[in-house]
Design a protein around this ligand. Sequence first.
Ligand SMILES: [Zn+2]
Length: 118
Amino acid sequence: MHELSVVASLVETIEELVRENKAKAVTGIWIKVGPLSGVVPELLESAFDMYRKGTVVEKARLSIEKPPLRALCRACRRETERADYSPACPVCGSTDLEITGGTDLLLERVELETDEPA
Ligand SMILES: [Zn+2]
């Protein structure tokens, strides 16, 4: 399962943040998963649940944000947004599209619990 290795490297990054900030725990994680990122949000969520036990993210709340797919049509120069990939421009029907957004897989924010007062 591809998502499990994605989770493994995410947790690795977060563990580093925890060490750098001398945090006690991770309370929240925000991830952005675009429709063309190659990762299925639902699978990412279940992979995370499988993986979290015994790691720094065990008690963290996971929030997955799904940005829309953005495509610029080279025929009518209109940029449109949609939830899923479709091969044609919704305005003019051209298939000459340039993908301008929705391919990201980003660790957006991590909320840490530290000893210092916020
Ligand atoms: Zn168009």
